[in-house]
Design a binder for this molecule. Sequence first.
Ligand SMILES: C[S@@+](CC[C@H](N)C(=O)[O-])C[C@H]1O[C@@H](n2cnc3c(N)ncnc32)[C@H](O)[C@@H]1O
Length: 363
Amino acid sequence: MDKILTTKEVAHLAGVHKDTLLRWLRDQRVPEPKRNRNGWRLFSEDEAKIIVSYARGNQQPLGVRENRAAFERWEIALERLKTMDWNFEGIGTGYLTHSLHPYPAKFIPQIPNTLIQELSSIGETVLDPFCGSGTTLVEALLLKRNAIGIDANPLACLISRAKTSILNDSEIESLGRLRENLSIIADSPRISGALSLFPSKIEEDLESQKPDSDAIAFWFDPHVIEELALLKASCHQLNSERARDVALTVFSSIVVTVSRQDSDTRYVRRNKQIGRGETIRRFIRALADAIERLKNLADLVGIPSKCKVIHGNILEPLNLETVDLAVSSPPYPNAFSYHLYHRNRMLWLGMDWEAFKRVEIGS
Ligand SMILES: C[S@@+](CC[C@H](N)C(=O)[O-])C[C@H]1O[C@@H](n2cnc3c(N)ncnc32)[C@H](O)[C@@H]1O
């Protein structure tokens, strides 16, 4: 006699969460099995094989009946979305890693959160093809979905990677040590005298950290340039790539505040009178805050789902795997020029802002 399997067993065989299998059944994506007297589903081995095959991406094209079902499923979902309260006035938007780095025109996290909850299941994959600072990706991970983000802005990719990093203890420790070493330097009367705290030849490294551009002397005070060079060199001394991404994101987060650029959305010069040591102190404060936020993220996400950030132009063919849902807030024409407002940050990080400018939509 054929072996009979429960919903949980079939979900396990297919490598998906039970909720995902229930959603596939509800949406008629996979065959509905018989039920026993108590209403529990009983799957035959053949039915289980179809589901395992579906989970591995070997999906048959939808027939007329299934097409109608898929269409009705979306109709129902859209009706449900219309009845929801989308007014998030007064609600906190900077929780966890969402406030690691400023990013103009970013999503209110509650919007992707609601859409992901309503339109996908645990274990599925959510794509944001204009991921910017990674708001969708963070929410997807919190909701136990896998996430893929694409953006043409290399700075957006760095921020997205940092905001979705699930750091291990030794990475957290290395960031803590960086913070302590920099605290000693910031408080010492002669910064250069305290450089021996760093493991290797950081002094030799400092000149090479300064961007080769006239714009730097125009936008930064000389002592700020020295301190930024030291910070960048110290970030690069971190061994772990994830810890480095986090430290460089924190570095980038303070660049505009210590420059003469008026603000993140105003590219005009203003003297802000940044004192000596202030650049390093701002970095230390921002790093301490980032470490706490990343620890909290790691506690909530637990065993991480997969998250991939792709640096690419969405108008060119990209080799993408199948995704279950796309959630995005696209660039809108004439609204914002990320290459312009992020230029000083990108110069410091050695990123090619001109290449980004050529492909940026809406700038
Ligand atoms: C409105 S923002 C998205 C913000 C994001 N939802 C967030 O929460 O941070 C639009 C994004 O589209 C990106 N973009 C513009 N042109 C692009 C292109 N050709 N390919 C991929 N991304 C592009 C920009 O770099 C920007 O990050």
